[in-house]
Design a protein around this ligand. Sequence first.
Ligand code: ZN
Length: 461
Amino acid sequence: MRGKGLRYAVVVLVAVLLLSMGAGSVSADTVTGVPGKYSKEINYLISENIIQGYPDGDFHGDDKVTRAQAAVMVGRMLGLPGEKRSTDFPDVDKGLYASGYIQSAKDKGIITGFPEGDYRPNKSMTRAEMAYLIVKALRLEAKSDVTFTDIPKSSKLYDYVNKLSTAGISEGFPSGEYKPDRIISRTEFSLFVARGMNKEFKVSSGTEEPMEVLEKQIVTADFLNVRNGAGSNNQIVGKIYTGDTVSVYKKEGSWYYISSDNIKGYVHSAYLMDKPSKTYKVAIDPGHGERDPGASANGIVEKELVLDVSKKTREYLENAGMDVVMTRQSDWYPSLSGRVAIAERNNATEFVSIHANAASEGANGVETFYYASGMSSREFNSYKLAKFINERLYKEMDMTDRGVKNGNFHVIRETSLTAVLTEIGFLTNKEDAGKLKTQHYREAAARAIALGVMDYYNWKE
Ligand SMILES: [Zn+2]
């Protein structure tokens, strides 16, 4: 922060002198106080003779911008006549350095002054005033459905800020706010003007003052509504889906302000989980295949069902940033030792075999197997992975929880990997089979398995 007050008044006076001089060879490289990330924009404005540095060699990016200075910059941007002359405003004297530009802008209908008839040239400019000024100056018309959490859609200002944002000149802050009453800084003002003059500098998201990302999380719900405020009574601005990664910027109780791709807004935190800090590689093994159909009942063939669910599981995992190895991707039969070898040679660290059950008609529900003959950490990890998957699975499938079991199967026994075999329901049970026929429950099974794997990674970390 810099001290304002008297020093500021002196700087304004000096700036007045500078504004009427040529730019010479001044560039952002030779003035200090230019925020490094914006040096291209500032350099551009200096080269276009719109702004200059101060005699002390500093850009003073944090300084306020007066309404007189704003009129000069916008006047120069539009190439309006800037000769000092008398004005329609009683408080803008002919002798004021900005008088010509102020009157020219008034003539063009770009500025109107206050309802009392004055212009208040020494008043600091707000972001709301800047929106009115730039939209009128550039005759911006295009609108979009962008919204701001601090500007009601019904207000006159919304129209202007929306147009400013649609034009890529300002998208507001990552918090979703525009902060209309905030005094604009020299840097902000310069960025607005540069973006207005040159398409190269346009913004597509809130880049003016990036908020810090608190953490990365992953969506666990089928889909999650993104709202323009913290609470379910707020308007829905978009949707995000299972496995989508979100950046969390702030927390308001159980509501988080997040961004995900191009969507920004509030979501309920109950449907988020921590994103594992590393990319893990998991092997997905669709049971059976080709000459071995597995179980068949109620019109479902196990090898077909589990291949479908496995592919969906891979999608969820990959969407969440994990690597996936498939032991088969079509209707063929890798041997049991071949499946283990595929996983191990591809450096997977976990192995999840997906099956469906068959028994008498009354048997129903989900169960997941691990293999343990002792107390090795691999066996304990396998037990935990089975627990996490099964816990997600019976809830997502609305099925009976048959629990996790120690099972003596080749693919989870003859391996160095953390390995489980999950049974996603009974084909021989009418109710289970009815669900497993639907895309809805196949998606649910895949989502549950993927999220169970992610739960396991979070537990390991
Ligand atoms: Zn099977």
